[in-house]
Ligand binder design. Structure first.
Ligand code: DAT
Length: 181
């Protein structure tokens, strides 16, 4: 896919990714409030804009048509200032993205409890816990983006949300300074 040529963004685009339950939503909501960036929940957008292509029967989940999704969000995301919240990151063109945050929960009993309280089926639960143990999202991010823009942050306790958002805010402030004209 060829992305359109664009001018400089006034605000950075940040992917917030990680295994389901790791804390993407809570981080994005806080960052949106603290920094005035826009929270783009891919789950929600895919639903609203009908970007699905069938159902994964084994998992009982909808399959996102990635091309449809990218077409649906491209004109907005290219304006800049989006927090892109999804459990995948390698579909987004490199040119769209300024920072990739991979949230982690090494204490998998914590993650287990969060997913169990969502009522996940045992096979889905196990699949996600395995993905977290093996660092699947971290590998995906490292493969798809330049190392310098990928950061890994732990999300286990409430205080982690605070400190992670502070770190990301410091990064955004540095970006603003560097990209000011
Ligand atoms: P995701 O959007 O990655 O699926 P979420 O933001 O919905 O995850 O979080 C899942 C649940 O876990 C939710 O009840 C909030 C809680 N949670 C996430 N990160 C946390 C943290 N660092 N400390 C305490 N609770 C957290």
């Amino acid at each position: 896919k060829i992305s359109v040529a664009m001018g400089k963004r006034a605000n950075p685009n940040i992917i917030v990714t990680g295994t389901p339950g790791v804390g993407k939503t809570v981080h994005c909501e806080k960052l949106a409030e603290d920094l005035g960036l826009k929270h783009l929940s891919v789950n929600q957008v895919a639903k609203e804009r009908n970007c699905f292509d069938g159902k994964d029967k084994k998992r009982g989940s909808d399959i996102v048509d990635e091309d449809k999704l990218l077409d649906a969000i491209e004109h907005e995301v290219l304006l800049g200032g989006y927090l892109i919240d999804w459990h995948a990151c390698d579909l987004f063109p490199k040119s769209w993205i300024d920072l990739v945050v991979v949230l982690r929960c090494p204490e998998t009993t914590t993650l287990y409890d969060r997913l169990a309280s969502r009522g996940y089926a045992p096979n889905k639960l196990e699949e996600n816990i395995d993905a977290e143990i093996f660092g699947v999202l971290m590998d995906e991010a490292r493969e798809a983006f330049d190392e310098e823009i990928v950061v890994e942050l732990n999300s286990e306790k409430d205080s982690d949300v605070e400190s992670n958002c502070d770190r990301i805010a410091a990064w955004v402030n540095a970006w603003w300074k560097q990209n000011a004209e």
